[in-house]
Design a protein around this ligand. Structure first.
Ligand SMILES: Cc1cc2nc3c(=O)[nH]c(=O)nc-3n(C[C@H](O)[C@H](O)[C@H](O)COP(=O)(O)OP(=O)(O)OC[C@H]3O[C@@H](n4cnc5c(N)ncnc54)[C@H](O)[C@@H]3O)c2cc1C
Length: 379
């Protein structure tokens, strides 16, 4: 039986970052995942994610963004590959938008100049947009296109032969965790479960706190291609009212403007990846582009589906849900990482560091807002 100090099950962005952190620290670690980098499965697949410094979801995340940013820049300079393409972030919503107000407050809390601009000023700066005059708008710096396909490839290459390209099952014991694949058995002193949407299936007591939803993504042939190129066009997030949020990217791949709804699609199982995103699923995005970003509006030319795994609202250290779980699993040598609720990609190296420390440093605790004990089931 092969032995190791730490096993990482699941090598999406979170497990991949944890394995990199462990290997960088000289830990005898192995990673397991049947899915290769570049596949169209797992919540980390696809070419890009939004990197935001100022997070409307939670002001605690600014320092997490800064920590991750330093790691992304390090990866970029060590690899010579483009990991981040700096891009302004435009966030806009109807008057009184809580999203815009929170993003603005997060920047001001860090001593930044007020990022609020009027809609006419934003429309002039970014001519693809036609935001109503009375909308609230912030234009933030510190944003970037995070090239996740590149990152996934670099992480796998970094781990090399430490990756076992197979599905793994696990069995916790008092002194470690036995791990089995179709071809081999392993024994690890500790195991990190970074199984994305499959986490609830692997650890049924956690399933009640995790909600897996189907998320359609589309690429739109822009009506005015010259207005949607990087540097002339920001990453954008539009808050059109309750449960109607749409985000998108500049056309940096010559594939069209990638845009998607951020509100939650239907609850599905972790293996429910088909069928492709339909026109109906992307209608709120088509409508938002036509009304608010006419330079980007146009026919759908490509489609994808991804899964969010959202946490339930916590009841002891209260939060509104859609946060992260990064903690040790009670009475075991397991460490769990939720798939970070549709906005975790940007933080992956910072989360990987936390997972590695939870596995190797008994005195370390993740921040209280990540801990399982914020839920009464685990208090
Ligand atoms: C449409 C969409 C848009 C998003 N946009 C953003 C964004 O703009 N900005 C942002 O910061 N975040 C964004 N996110 C969120 C971010 O992408 C996720 O938080 C992140 O990718 C989750 O990574 P993960 O490693 O936890 O999960 P995954 O990437 O799903 O990785 C889990 C891995 O576990 C493997 N696995 C499963 N079972 C087993 C097993 N038994 N043995 C071994 N391996 C197993 C799977 O093959 C998979 O590779 C978005 C997510 C989606 C879906």
């Amino acid at each position: 039986m092969r032995k190791c100090e730490v096993a990482v099950l699941g090598l999406g962005l979170m497990g991949g970052a944890a394995l990199s952190a462990l290997l960088d620290a000289g830990v005898d670690a192995l990673g397991f995942d049947p899915v290769a980098a570049g596949s169209d499965r797992g919540s980390s697949h696809g070419s890009c994610r939004i990197f935001r410094r100022f997070n409307f979801e939670n002001p605690n995340y600014t320092s997490l963004s800064d920590e991750a940013h330093a790691d992304w820049i390090r990866l970029q300079s060590e690899s010579g590959q483009t990991v981040l393409t700096e891009t302004p972030i435009l966030e806009a919503g109807r008057p009184g938008s809580a999203m815009v107000a929170s993003s603005r407050a997060a920047a001001i809390a860090k001593g930044r100049a007020d990022p609020m601009v009027t809609a006419p000023v934003a429309n002039k700066e970014f001519p693809a947009f036609s935001l109503p005059d009375d909308w609230d708008v912030v234009v933030q710096d510190g944003g970037a296109i995070l090239h996740t396909a590149t990152v996934m490839r670099l992480m796998r290459a970094r781990a090399g032969a430490r990756v076992i390209p197979e599905r793994a099952s696990f069995m916790p014991h008092h002194d470690g965790v036995s791990i089995r694949t179709d071809s081999e058995e392993f024994f690890a002193e500790r195991a990190i479960l970074a199984l994305g949407p499959w986490l609830g299936r692997a650890l049924p007591p956690l399933a009640a706190l995790l909600n897996v939803t189907r998320q359609p993504v589309g690429w739109f042939a822009p009506g005015s291609p010259e207005t949607v190129v990087p540097r002339r066009f920001p990453i954008f997030i539009l808050d059109r009212g309750p449960d109607d949020m749409v985000y998108g990217f500049p056309d940096f791949e010559q594939r069209g403007v990638k845009a998607a709804p951020h509100n939650h699609g239907p609850v599905v199982g972790p293996d429910d990846w088909g069928p492709p995103a339909s026109d109906a699923e992307l209608r709120s995005v088509s409508d938002a582009l036509a009304a608010l970003v006419p330079g980007a509006a146009g026919p759908i030319v490509d489609r994808d589906v991804c899964l969010y795994t959202n946490t339930a609202p916590a009841d002891i250290r209260r939060d509104a849900g859609e946060e992260f779980i990064i903690d040790r699993w009670p009475e075991s040598r397991l460490i769990v990482c939720s798939a970070c609720s549709g906005h975790g990609a940007k933080f992956a190296p910072a989360i990987g560091q936390r997972l590695a420390r939870l596995a190797t440093d008994p005195s370390y605790q993740a921040e209280p807002f990540f801990q399982l004990s914020r839920y009464s089931e685990f208090a």
